[in-house]
Design a protein around this ligand. Structure first.
Ligand SMILES: [Zn+2]
Length: 68
């Protein structure tokens, strides 16, 4: 579970932690920047084990990046 909440439709810098004990990335933290919040529900998957990572923190980007 995560305490991180998102407003929908905005860009964030997100820190996520792998919580799969079997994974080489276990307990490692990864920064995802920029990360789009979609409808307010963000899932960051591990590139190795494909499991959803626990979101540690999220910072609203200011200014918001201009995406084409
Ligand atoms: Zn993993």
């Amino acid at each position: 579970m995560s305490d991180v909440t998102f407003q929908p439709g905005l860009w964030y810098s997100v820190t996520a932690q792998d919580v799969s004990e079997a994974c080489e990335n276990y307990n490692q933290e990864f920064e995802v920047n920029p990360c789009y919040s979609n409808g307010g529900h963000v899932v960051v998957e591990c590139g190795l084990c494909q499991a959803p990572m626990t979101l540690v923190s999220a910072t609203l980007l200011d200014p918001q990046p201009q995406m084409p």
